[in-house]
Design a protein. Structure first.
Length: 263
């Protein structure tokens, strides 16, 4: 035999046939099924990672019945509340502005009256993030007047003065209360007049993702107005009520007394 004959590879049938034919058909099907399952799981994981979308911000709901959501009106001897917590508590403001719990704090200032325009009382509230002493995320001002005409007249004066720095204005109504929305650089102002009270709300823009600043201010105003309303008058005590008039005697009553002129 020459060298060439010794280097020729034997046919494939001579290569350890037990490696090919030694696996039973049942085991071969089990291996194929296992590999197919693993491959399918890997494809699903890859597809999930490629097509996943980041979560989107959800806008807070706007309540259409703010009277039930407003703080309980407490008894007071003033036209306006004397503390911001009686108008908009810190926790409510943080929730409405989608802020973490206990991140906002309020500061109350009671202003002086202005008899020249019929203003009797003024309440200023500043809601700031804790640790921030320079800027207020939300500002609230409430004013009470001698009568609705004085409130409306001063509201018009304030709207005219505020419009000088606004690049857009819009007249709206909150229930029966006239209001004006003023868009200013970086913030939006809402001015409302209602009976003997005027309310001004100022809020930074884009505080809550997915909800416009005017919508937030209108929602806040619907909560503020009921809290400013005076406490309903309680009925007088029984001792102060006039006595009931005596009932007329029945004609058939034996004890009835005839009232008339004597002949």
């Amino acid at each position: 035999m020459n060298t060439t004959d010794r280097l020729v590879r034997p046919p494939s049938s001579h290569l350890r046939p037990h490696l090919v034919s030694g696996i039973s058909p049942l085991r071969r099907r089990w291996l194929v099924a296992s590999l197919s399952t693993a491959l399918l799981a890997a494809i699903c994981v890859c597809c999930a990672g490629c097509t996943g979308t980041p979560p989107t911000a959800t806008a807070i709901p706007v309540f259409t019945t703010p009277r039930t959501e407003s703080p309980t009106v407490v008894h007071r001897d003033t036209l306006l509340p004397t503390d911001c917590a009686q108008v908009l508590p810190d926790g409510m403001v943080a929730a409405l502005l989608a802020q973490p719990v206990d991140t906002l704090t309020s500061h109350t200032v009671l202003g002086m009256s202005s008899p020249a325009v019929g203003m009797l009382e003024r309440l200023d509230c500043s809601y700031r993030r804790r640790g921030d002493s320079t800027t207020a995320t939300l500002q609230l001002r409430a004013q009470a007047y001698t009568d609705p005409d004085a409130a409306t007249a001063h509201w018009k004066i304030n709207v005219g003065a505020e419009s000088a720095s606004a690049h857009a204005t819009a007249n709206i109504a909150i229930g029966t209360a006239p209001a004006v929305v003023l868009s200013e650089p970086g913030r939006t102002v809402l001015m409302v007049t209602n009976d003997r009270e005027n309310v001004t709300l100022s809020l930074f823009d884009a505080v809550v993702p997915g909800m416009t600043t005017p919508d937030l201010l209108v929602d806040l105003a619907r909560r503020v107005l009921p809290a400013l309303a005076p406490e309903p008058a309680a009925p007088p005590p029984a001792s102060a009520r006039p006595p009931n008039p005596p009932s007329s005697p029945h004609p058939g009553d034996a004890t009835a007394v005839r009232v008339g002129t004597h002949k």
